[in-house]
Design a protein around this ligand. Structure first.
Ligand code: DHB
Ligand code: FE
Length: 289
């Protein structure tokens, strides 16, 4: 039974899902409008899948946007170990969604396991979470209102992809493997899903603002399923050149991918352009036995 449950530990990635305007579209009830319809159509199957999985814990890899961190403190990898995380945001302000509750005991175990395995992450006992974390949750769980509760506990891992230097894809891939070892060695048999978020191609500023590279994005999705080691070797320079300055967020997918088996089944894929200034890409992968 233990093994069976573990085989089900899965992975999702989604980037799109962190586009702040996706959260605003849900919060203001305009997801049925012409512009947003195709974006949310592609998540119908994902939400059904999510309901069936009924996870205990979501290990959520995401990036902060100067909400919890700013230039005063730039941890490369920060693990949320506090009791709960209140929503906060720049720009549009905090979303009307519930606080995110942690599985503190598992988070502490993961912190210990990672550091003893020589991944020296930063431990956060207090932290607010922005659209980078709450939008992927909303996309996958549907409308969860402020007075409801998120259907699962969440362990957040915040990755610096905002301020140079971001971690390499290879480092992220190996960290994913260490996270898997940590989760598998936890004393209790829980159903854990890992989200990798961020991406896909987009650039929000300066001369190449608006850049979207669908061919590259789609190849990246193929690599997620078929060749994660190849994906882990993509250089920073290639992300920047081919996918714009914010495309570097895709290194976060490698953490999710490293936590899965090399052989996976692609359960669902969704790709749509545009959502606000970005390409929306989403893939659900399950471990093969
Ligand atoms: C947009 C996307 C982001 O990831 C973000 O943090 C802010 C804005 C956008 O597409 O508009
Ligand atoms: Fe962002």
């Amino acid at each position: 039974h233990r093994v069976d449950r573990r085989q089900r530990q899965m992975c999702i990635r989604d980037r799109c899902s962190h586009v702040p305007a996706i959260g605003v579209a849900m919060d203001t009830g305009i997801t049925h409008e012409e512009y947003w319809k195709p974006v949310f159509e592609g998540f119908k199957k994902s939400r059904e899948w999510m309901k069936k999985q009924n996870p205990d814990v979501i290990f959520l890899v995401y990036n902060d946007h100067c909400t919890a961190f700013d230039a005063r403190c730039i941890p490369t990898f920060a693990l949320g170990c506090g009791v709960e995380f209140q929503p906060a945001d720049e720009g549009w302000g905090p979303r009307p969604v519930p606080a995110v509750k942690n599985h503190q005991k598992m988070a502490s175990h993961i912190a210990q396991s990672l550091v003893l395995n020589e991944f020296d992450i930063t431990i956060m006992n207090e932290m607010e979470v922005d659209h980078g974390l709450t939008v992927p949750l909303s996309v996958m769980f549907g409308d969860i209102k402020q007075n409801d509760e998120w259907p699962a506990l969440v362990i957040p891992l915040c990755v610096n992809v905002v301020q140079y230097p971001a971690p390499t894809g290879n480092r992220c891939y190996n960290l994913g493997k260490a996270i898997r070892r940590a989760i598998e060695s936890y004393e209790e048999d829980l159903n854990v899903i890992i989200f990798g978020t961020g991406g896909m191609s987009h650039q929000l500023q300066y001369k190449r603002a608006g850049l979207i590279n669908s061919d590259w994005d789609k190849r990246f999705l193929d690599l997620m399923t078929e060749d994660p080691v190849g994906a882990s070797q993509i250089t920073h320079l290639e992300y920047l050149r081919e996918t714009g300055s914010e495309g570097i967020e895709m290194v976060m997918w490698l953490i999710m991918r490293g936590a899965l088996n090399e052989n996976v089944t692609e359960v669902h894929r969704h790709y749509h352009v545009p959502a606000s200034n970005t390409a929306v890409g989403h893939i659900i992968l399950e471990n093969n036995a």
